[in-house]
Design a protein around this ligand. Sequence first.
Ligand code: ADP
Ligand code: ZN
Length: 524
Amino acid sequence: VKKAAKPLGADLKAKLKEVFGYGQFRGTQEAIIQNVIEGHNTFVIMPTGAGKSLCYQLPALVLPGTAIVISPLIALMKNQVDQLNAFGVNAQVMNSTLTKTEANKVKRDVINGDVKLLYVAPESLTKDETLDFLQKATISFVAIDEAHCISEWGHDFRPEYRRIRGIIDNIGMNVPIIALTATATPKVQLDIQKNLQMDDASVFKSSFNRTNLYYEVRPKHQTKKALIQFVKGMKGQAGIVYCLSRKKVEEIAELLRVNDVRALPYHAGLDPQTRMHNQDAFLNEECDVIVATIAFGMGIDKPDVRFVIHYDTPKSIEGYYQETGRAGRDGLDGHCLMFYSYDDIVKLEKFNKDKPVTERDNSKLLLQEMANYADSAVCRRKQLLHYFGEVYEKDCGFCDNCKHPREKYEAKDFVKLALQAVQQTEERFGIEHLTTVLTGMKNPHVESYGHDRLPVYGRGAEHDMPFWHSVIRQCMIASFLEKDIENFGVVKMAEKGEAFLLEPYSIKFSKDHNYEEEVQQEEQ
Ligand code: ADP
Ligand code: ZN
């Protein structure tokens, strides 16, 4: 393997203009690009639509040799390669859709040094012939797109992604890696860095806050009526309605159509022509609303989507956030409305029953986080950003929970008890155990640790487990407690929590939603 030499004083901005036609870098793009060019491992965590692709495309152009881009979706690869070719860049794909002759031509071009970016599906990368040929090539660096696929703790785990590091080592490529993702909780971030052995990487994490998006959760109640009313209220503006099943997609698209909304369905069960046609109709504004399964949206760049509706409760906050992120790309307001019911959560849990155990447990956890999000009356933005590891101090004022606050209560004494429970159980347990101890429930697990003899045991007995759940979750959002990312499910003290225990102060928490009650009140 020949190692690529560094470029001399590449004028990045000129290149940006010349090839892509853009006048400015966005956010941290330039620093990231510089870092890759200097040959450092780089880890980029940036929301969808922020411009991740450029972070490896531009370095690939200025560095000698070919950049390998690993990407999980063949359709997306094709899009990017077409786009790059249109810009006059020699980018090619290597995946299972190529004929032998086509594959041979790609290999020749790469070895001759003509190709600047080679997009490879992870399953192609593991093939012997791919390995052989890559050993003969000059590789500038390896970019790993959708890097969260590496982690079992994420929402889109792909086992073959975990083999990438080994393959890079086998090829004997001593080249820098740039890993990119739009969704990663702190735990997933850690997992990615460990798996890729890039603890040394420079991490570029942009804020995930999308200030122009309004978040709203409503209970699933007369949902069809509510949907029609909402969509009609948007007066022909573009929107996406996500449903869980193909059948539901068809049904809802039809429902909207008979209500004079220009709506079309999109799901993987439609034939490719219809799918393409419906997608184009949406992009060209011949239809206003696309009703879709989550198959829709990846790689679609429509700036003026004004609303995203989740007709069914999504499977994870990661998915939810990515899907809502398709609204308001142009910076104007976007409304994100989710219909929530615990029945959906139960239904989704049943879908998981045939999965391997770890995957099933993890899916369950992601679902639980989703339910917690829906039930909580804490500022939605605060919750979402906290989920992705960001601290957002104030309430946002631009979500349903901020606009219509639930009853608040003085939480000083509850916080004190919750923190004491964590402390007295030596920061080694999860939320379930802690709420059991606080409420003084009998349980063999608690007894086997002797936790029924702790001072804090049963001190919170006048409230139920869901109440304490909510308190502990709010303690985490308020940074009194934190998840132990090394030890799954364990809740630890945070600095702010230690300080609070030394000198407790008044703090207000919100009562969780009780959607049944809210629906009843509305009906009266
Ligand atoms: P991501 O991969 O982060 O979702 P993309 O790389 O697809 O985002 O970029 C989103 C959009 O932003 C694309 O249309 C891209 O062409 C555009 N874009 C990226 N960087 C810039 C820039 N510096 N100036 C203008 N547009 C940009
Ligand atoms: Zn808010």
